[in-house]
Design a protein around this ligand. Structure first.
Ligand code: NAD
Length: 498
């Protein structure tokens, strides 16, 4: 990256923030004028007043979405036309990459270099990928007998609401909005209250790309108001949710209390990362273990927060992990050299610090970090933190912390590793390092997780499904499989005997 900190600070100073909702093709305030303050975790500064949408705003967005769906202004277009407009949106995201990256960094504290190199290009790629896919998918004719013709056709659901978290605001939204729009649905996006600004900006780009009024709306607001109103709305057909397991459970309840809308959940994780003595490259594994938990300040659903290392290499391996972690100290997210930024807000920072304290009190041994950092900045930073944990019952091992906190444990045998790894209510990701091919295959089968990485951690791209088992949720983002979430199958049986 050629731009330096001064460049990004100057750009940030000249940026204007729009905190309004975008409903039925126009930016607007919440019906009751309510707002909430969006502050930057970099330094605690207020960025914008954001519309706090409530039930009336959600209802207006749903009615506009339904109207647009029924009118066929999007749902009725030939797939190649939806493709053209979504490709335009991808190109616009790419053209605005610096602005969008800066919004992510200022709003939620991630390093500008990650936002620019990863979040924004991956977001653009996601829209382009589903755009490219949608005019290449055929429906089916069933192998019935000669007296009938049965077609199995995919139909868009109607109104899809995407409710997303703040850790990768644009990307988490894209994983849902892109396939749902490509499939012909109208989509309402509810960004997380901690980081709404990029979603709000996205609405203008979608409009510029030719997405018709009502087909894509953005309703910022609190979970308990805007989120709940979407969950309970009788005319929303589907909720595509990413966030905590606790909130995911609420969406299941909302569905039962209202119209039995489909609910797809991508929830929390406590992913195990297992390193065997026959690991083919300990240095690479140590770096992957450190990045697996400290990237994005540990605010990652697939963070490898439980590290299991086989006895014979435990001490040497943990020394390497600690060395990599020590080099990842938090810094100014606007400095392109910074690899670890700020926690999303003060509440998250305090929560993580409290978990660190509790884990230590329960007997885990602090190896590195454990404290708030850069306090003079006015922002919310935490040192990369590593604990040696002898006890699988320690809360550091059991609970999702969603911060830069690694709990490391020893294990003796392959069976021990599987038992410890699977001993969690979550089942999102799992990593393992081994040179033994049979063991790699064996464990990929035995580990209860939606994603398994062998001799790498958290790798992947848009071509493969992403999601979990157990209380990490169900349904898959990414890949062609994601399209299944946003369409229904219709069977039409035609008698050929009349
Ligand atoms: P969260 O559950 O608090 O919030 C997620 C979204 O739900 C936000 O938009 C929020 O406003 C909304 N919400 C909150 N309470 C609500 C309620 N009562 N009714 C309706 N909506 C409500 O989660 P978070 O703190 O924003 O995100 C962190 C969580 O997200 C972690 O648990 C993390 O593991 C998970 N996550 C999962 C994945 C995945 O793909 N599995 C990816 C990223 C994050």
């Amino acid at each position: 990256m050629t731009q330096d900190t001064a460049y990004w600070r100057a750009k940030a100073a000249s940026l204007s923030f729009d905190g309004r909702a975008y409903i039925d093709g126009a930016y607007c305030d919440a019906a009751d004028g309510a707002t909430f303050a969006s502050t930057s975790p970099i330094d605690g500064r207020k960025l914008a007043d954001v519309a706090a949408c409530g039930a009336a705003d959600v209802d207006r967005a749903v009615r506009a979405a339904r109207r647009a769906f029924e009118a066929g202004v999007w749902s009725g277009l030939a797939p190649r036309e939806r493709k053209a407009r979504l490709l335009r949106l991808a190109a616009l995201i790419d053209a605005h990459r610096e602005e969008l990256a800066l919004l992510e960094t200022l709003d939620m504290g991630k390093p500008i270099r990650d936002a620019l190199a990863f979040d924004v290009p991956e977001t653009a790629r996601c829209y382009a990928w589903y755009a490219e896919a949608i005019d290449k998918i055929y429906d089916e004719i069933a192998p019935t007998g000669p007296d009938a013709l049965a077609t199995i056709t995919r139909e868009a659901l109607g109104v899809v609401a995407a409710v997303v978290p703040w850790n990768y605001p644009l990307m988490m939204a894209a994983w849902k909005v892109a396939p749902a729009l490509a499939a012909g649905n109208s989509v309402i996006l509810k960004p997380a209250e901690q980081a709404s600004l990029s979603a709000i900006r996205l609405a203008a780009l979608a409009e510029e790309a030719g997405i018709p009024a009502g087909v894509f709306s953005v309703v910022p607001g609190m979970g308990a108001q805007a989120g709940q109103a979407l969950g309970l709305h009788p005319d929303v057909d589907c909720i595509a949710f990413t966030g905590s397991t606790a909130t995911g459970k609420r969406f299941m309840e909302y569905s039962g209390q209202s119209n039995l809308k489909r609910v797809w959940l991508e929830c929390g994780g406590k992913s195990p990362h297992i390193v065997f003595e026959d690991c083919p490259d300990l240095d690479r594994a140590a770096l992957a273990a450190a990045l697996g938990i400290f990237s994005n300040q540990g605010e990652v659903c697939i963070a490898g927060s439980r590290l299991y290392v086989q006895d014979g290499i435990y001490d040497a391996f943990m020394a390497k992990v600690a060395a990599h972690a020590a080099a990842l100290q938090p810094g100014d997210p606007l400095d392109p050299a910074t690899a670890m930024g700020a926690m999303v807000d003060e509440r998250q920072m305090r929560g993580v610090l409290a978990r660190i304290e509790a884990g230590a009190a329960e007997g885990a041994r602090l190896r590195l970090g454990g404290r708030q950092a850069l306090g003079a900045s006015g922002g919310y930073y935490i040192e990369p933190t590593i604990f040696d944990c002898a006890d699988q019952g320690n809360s550091l091992v059991r609970e999702e912390i969603f911060g830069p906190v690694l709990a490391a444990q020893r294990f003796a045998t392959e069976d021990d590793a599987v038992r410890l790894a699977n001993d969690s209510v979550y089942g999102l990701g799992a990593g393992l390092w081994t040179a033994n091919l049979s063991r790699a295959h064996r464990l990929s089968r035995r580990l209860r997780a939606g994603l398994v990485w062998v001799n790498c951690y958290a790798d992947g791209d848009i071509t493969v499904p992403f999601g979990g088992v157990k209380q990490s949720g169900f349904g898959r983002d990414k890949s062609l499989h994601a399209l299944d979430k946003y369409s229904d199958l219709k069977t039409t049986w035609i008698s050929l005997t009349v």
